[in-house]
Design a protein around this ligand. Structure first.
Ligand SMILES: [Zn+2]
Length: 291
């Protein structure tokens, strides 16, 4: 009897997975491209999982676009959801970017607006039926905001969980990276060889390689107090919003970097869709908090 139950259970699981795959192949992944009549199908195929790619509008040296971080995270989401279905929220570029306000094209909303936007956006995503929200971030000034926001989901009961995707390097990837990378790796950050390469791979039409040496991406090292953090550190070191040598970028390096992130993201989406632990644990926690 037990064996029959077990076989039946496996068959039901396989059938559910199979139908999810069939539905997912014909459904758009972009929120704005879905029809209202397909909404429930999208909830089912994604297992109520929505990706919120967060970018920023900020100067990226003299040669790559202001929306580079947004372009990159949206591409990661687009490529990963081709392999593992989830719904992707529309363009979102509201984050912490005060340190770039002296540069053209920077969109820096007030702190409370940034916070309220993030909270209201996640609440609205959840109200529409998604219980798992995956944040992918493309901008170096955002992680503190995102982590604090996620931690504050425990302040009041929420019927959804927010997951922060954080890709990591392993030794085989680093070996491949070192084989292609030409400038000093530890000095390669904002609009440098890596980021420029990703843009060259994803949107070569927007990269102006001829201008990459028009400004310096050198660290000016104007501020240093050991073991101390302060807000002006980035401006002190990189007032041009350029850190590294974008002129050394290649599409081949960009392909390696993008594929590395997309592979990890695809696995993270799979794991999060299958996750049956986070939300029950959150609920257990909320119930134990003294009212
Ligand atoms: Zn960037």
């Amino acid at each position: 009897m037990k064996k029959i139950h077990c076989t039946l259970y496996i068959l039901i699981c396989l059938f559910t997975l199979f139908t999810q795959k069939i539905i997912a192949q014909t459904l758009p992944t972009h929120w704005e491209e879905l029809t209202a009549s397909d909404w429930d199908k999208a909830l089912q195929a994604s297992n109520r999982t929505c990706i919120l790619p967060i970018g920023i509008l900020e100067k990226h040296g003299p040669h790559v676009p202001i929306g580079s971080d947004l372009i990159r995270v949206r591409a990661y989401a687009e490529l990963a959801t081709k392999k593992e279905y989830a719904v992707v929220f529309p363009e979102y570029y509201f984050g912490q970017i005060n340190e770039a306000k002296h540069q053209p094209g920077v969109f820096a909303l007030q702190e409370r607006v940034v916070w309220d936007m993030l909270e209201a956006t996640c609440n609205e995503i959840a109200r529409n039926g998604f219980k798992k929200i995956i944040i992918i971030n493309g901008h170096g000034g955002n992680p503190e905001l995102i982590r604090y926001f996620i931690q504050t989901r425990l302040e009041q009961p929420h019927d959804y969980a927010v997951y922060f995707f954080e890709p990591h390097s392993d030794s085989s990837f680093l070996k491949e990276l070192k084989a292609l990378h030409q400038s000093p790796i530890n000095e390669d950050m904002h609009a440098g060889e890596n980021e420029t390469s990703e843009l060259l791979y994803l949107r070569p039409d927007l990269v102006k390689m001829d201008s990459a040496k028009n400004e310096s991406g050198k660290n000016l090292s104007r501020w240093h107090i050991p073991n101390v953090y302060t807000a002006i550190w980035w401006y002190a070191d990189f007032p041009n919003h350029y850190a590294g040598e974008g002129n050394k970028a290649t599409p081949a390096l960009g392909k390696l970097l993008v594929q590395h992130v997309v592979n990890q993201l695809t696995n993270a989406i799979k794991d999060i869709k299958a996750d049956n632990t986070t939300i029950p644990l959150q609920n257990e926690f909320y119930n134990r908090v003294r009212k």
